[in-house]
Design a protein around this ligand. Structure first.
Ligand code: ADP
Ligand code: MG
Length: 347
């Protein structure tokens, strides 16, 4: 028979883990994550909104064939229907210049590319270089070399201007990666839909050596799927965007930003970082490891004592009451051991 205290102590450990996690701003949405979190060997992270604030600033604007206010009015009208951080920055910028929106008849988002709309019967595209290449729209060549997020506008298949935007790292982004390394998680990968050059420059500042840019949401999924299938790898993905939902679901532990994150991302996540701080990933791993150790100690301890008592009982050394006391004693010890999840200062 299973020692009485064992299932209780495991449940207790997981409950205490969730409590400790909450105290450090990590909300556990799926019970398994309490424990899986401690076994993570690979961290894959999104860039925009996860390691960066997602609060872009427009640093440059260039209109081509139309006036700057006209270009901004188009961009404002299209982007105010999108929730992408880039779209929000453009809307903020245009509103600051007192631009007002115009009527648009159709609009849809193209994941990893930008948006497409119809204005006054004309097709308007707003998005990245990839989008323009796919729609065979010729753009100034120097745009590819810019180490900044480039948003290009095309009207009726013709280049009509562009914006340059820059994003900033979150206050604790560098610390977040350093803490993971300190915990011995050395396989850290930056997966982003942003331009390769930008992703690489951010990776350098963050001390991440594996950086992948220009990824479509499905490319991120392929990357994660391949790793998840490798035996011995336990993969966490940290993200915020609507596009990140599939990868959050695919990874062993999906971690979403609770404040900045989209609803879809939060719903697919196992753990939600409520205050959006990437350094909480390391905290969650540390708490998860502690929990694993304690659960293991409780299991080994309980089974060990049970074994000894059974053996001693069989040899006639233990009375029924002795056995009951051993069981209760073990359960109590397991409870005290589990409570250490709360006491230990993890960070
Ligand atoms: P990530 O969060 O990794 O940067 P996304 O898949 O959210 O990736 O976006 C990838 C790229 O698609 C952005 O860097 C941007 O160039 C383009 N993009 C997506 N949505 C929009 C939008 N609403 N307006 C302009 N560009 C967009
Ligand atoms: Mg993102």
């Amino acid at each position: 028979a299973v020692p009485e205290g064992l299932p209780m102590s495991v449940t207790l450990s997981l409950a205490l883990n969730m409590r400790r996690m909450l105290k450090t701003n990590n909300l556990v949405r799926k019970m398994h994550a309490c424990e899986t979190m401690g076994a993570i060997t690979v961290i894959c992270t999104d860039k925009t909104g996860t390691l960066t604030t997602g609060c872009f600033d427009v640093t440059d604007i260039q209109a081509h064939g139309i006036s700057e206010p006209e270009l901004l009015a188009l961009l404002l009208s299209v982007e105010q229907k999108s929730t992408h951080p880039i779209a929000q920055a453009i809307v903020r910028y245009a509103k600051k210049q007192n631009i007002s929106a115009i009527n648009i008849s159709e609009m849809h988002e193209l994941a990893g590319h930008g948006v497409e709309a119809v204005i006054g019967g004309q097709e308007v595209l707003v998005g990245n270089i990839r989008l323009m290449k796919e729609r065979v729209i010729s753009i100034p060549e120097e745009l590819s070399d810019k180490v900044a997020t480039v948003v290009i506008c095309a009207i009726g298949k013709k280049y009509a201007g562009h914006l340059l935007l820059s994003d900033t790292l979150k206050d604790d982004a560098v610390e977040a990666i350093a803490k993971l390394r300190k915990l011995g998680v050395t396989d850290i990968r930056l997966l982003s839909g942003d331009k390769k050059e930008i992703v690489e420059s951010f990776a350098k500042r963050l001390d991440i050596d594996l950086a992948y840019g220009n990824l479509l949401p499905e490319d991120k999924a392929t990357h994660i799927r391949e790793m998840v299938e490798e035996p011995g790898k336990s993969v966490a993905f940290v993200g915020d965007g609507m596009n990140d939902a599939p990868v959050l679901a695919l990874s062993h532990v999906g971690i979403a930003m609770g404040g900045l994150g989209s609803d879809a991302a939060i719903e697919s996540a196992d753990v939600v970082i409520q205050n959006d701080q990437p350094s909480k990933v390391a905290t969650a791993i540390a708490i998860g490891r502690k929990t694993r150790t304690i659960v293991r100690q409780n299991i080994i301890g309980a089974l060990g004592v049970k074994g000894i008592v059974l053996l001693a009982g069989a040899l006639g050394y233990v009375t029924l009451w002795g056995a009951v006391f051993a069981d209760v004693g073990v359960a109590l010890l397991a409870v005290f051991n589990s409570v250490r999840i709360l006491n230990r200062k993890v960070w």
